[in-house]
Design a protein. Structure first.
Length: 366
């Protein structure tokens, strides 16, 4: 298979490298990536969306981790696409989504008795990400990174990372991982990555978002969301005073309240506890339910897995430079709200319709 990929890349790709990827949102690029992502569906689902005109799929991985999979596409100009599959109908795929406690964005995962995944996604020690999707990223990386190395040796230096839904979430983390490997000289420094995440839920906290956005800003990554889609509104987010920057008016609020004269101190302390207490209890319950409460199921799905220590936060935020596909009256005529079909606004056809309505070029900010 490795030789076949190299041969195809040499025959179909550009013999002499010349830069093809450009910064900025590209509607044609976006449409073709949606077309690739739809190929993970069954034949009926695929028939609703055409094949990408300028790319050929040269590899589909075996199932990895928690029912994760990815495709490798390449065009005649030598641009390769890493297309990551979204959630499937299997229980283990949904388990990956629900295993939603946060872990630090730097650390290690014990995936089995003999496999330890060491990662360094971003530099900020306060950055944290979704543990289930980090596991999926880890398993896929053991297959994706060797393919990148092989293609690079054949002259391919430009890669697009993309995915829809769960695949979009993994695309965020995979992008961070690939840039990290470049920083640590484990991938060639002259490889260029560009990322399009479609219909992705929230993958990490604000400090992960800051680093990811700084890393990919100026046109090298996009988060495409349908305004009618509920999935990008996930995960549940609970913000406490601990989730703010170090300099803020909340961290030492109790100390400052204690310095006030009686009875102001008692009144304000009571009011503060009424606000702060329920939030912290909710955070604990979510962490316990979506972390500790699922560990035994994860161990059954991944033999030898050792649960990590969780990051004390559930403050999920939307990540990345966001392109909003605004659902209008015409859209709702084709895709009406339907409580019996909760993914009507989430699947590829809805996104494909709305992307087609975008202008050929998006205006730049003043």
């Amino acid at each position: 298979m490795k030789k076949a990929i190299l041969l195809f890349a040499l025959l179909y790709g550009s013999a002499i490298y010349s830069q093809q990827l450009r910064p900025g949102f590209d509607k044609t690029e976006c449409i073709e990536l949606l077309e690739m992502g739809a190929k993970f569906g069954d034949s009926l689902y695929q028939s609703k969306i055409p094949d990408p005109a300028n790319y050929k799929m040269i590899y589909r991985s075996k199932v990895k981790g928690m029912d994760n999979c990815w495709d490798l596409w390449i065009n005649k100009n030598g641009v390769a696409v890493i297309s990551i599959r979204g959630t499937t109908k299997t229980a283990v795929s949904w388990l990956e989504n629900f295993y939603a406690a946060m872990v630090p964005a730097r650390g290690e995962l014990h995936l089995s008795d003999s496999l330890i995944f060491k990662y360094d996604l971003v530099s900020n020690p306060r950055a944290a990400v979704h543990v289930g999707w980090l596991i999926g990223t880890a398993f896929l990386s053991y297959d994706i990174i060797p393919k990148i190395d092989s293609l690079y040796k054949s002259g391919t230096k430009e890669f697009i990372v993309t995915g829809h839904s769960l695949g979009g979430a993994l695309s965020f983390l995979m992008t961070s991982l690939l840039y990290s490997l470049q920083r640590h000289n484990r991938l060639a420094a002259d490889i260029r990555f560009k990322t399009y995440c479609f219909a992705s839920p929230k993958v990490g906290n604000l400090y992960y978002a800051y680093d990811y956005e700084a890393l990919t800003q100026f046109g090298w990554a996009y988060n495409i969301v349908n305004s009618a889609d509920w999935v990008p509104e996930n995960m549940f987010s609970i913000q406490t005073a601990d989730d703010f920057n170090n300099t803020n008016p909340f961290t030492h609020a109790k100390e400052q309240i204690g310095k006030l004269p009686f009875p102001k101190d008692l009144v304000l302390k009571y009011l503060y506890n009424q606000m702060d207490g329920p939030i912290r209890k909710a955070e604990y319950r979510f962490q316990n339910c979506l972390g500790n409460g699922l560990e035994n199921y994860i161990k059954k799905a991944i033999p030898g897995f050792q649960p990590p220590s969780y990051f004390n936060s559930m403050a999920y935020v939307r990540v990345g430079n966001t392109i909003v596909l605004l659902a209008d009256t015409d859209y709702y005529k084709l895709f009406p709200d339907n409580s019996n079909t909760i993914f009507v606004h989430h699947l590829h056809p809805a996104y494909y319709y709305l992307v087609q309505k975008l202008p050929a070029t998006l205006p730049s900010a003043p």
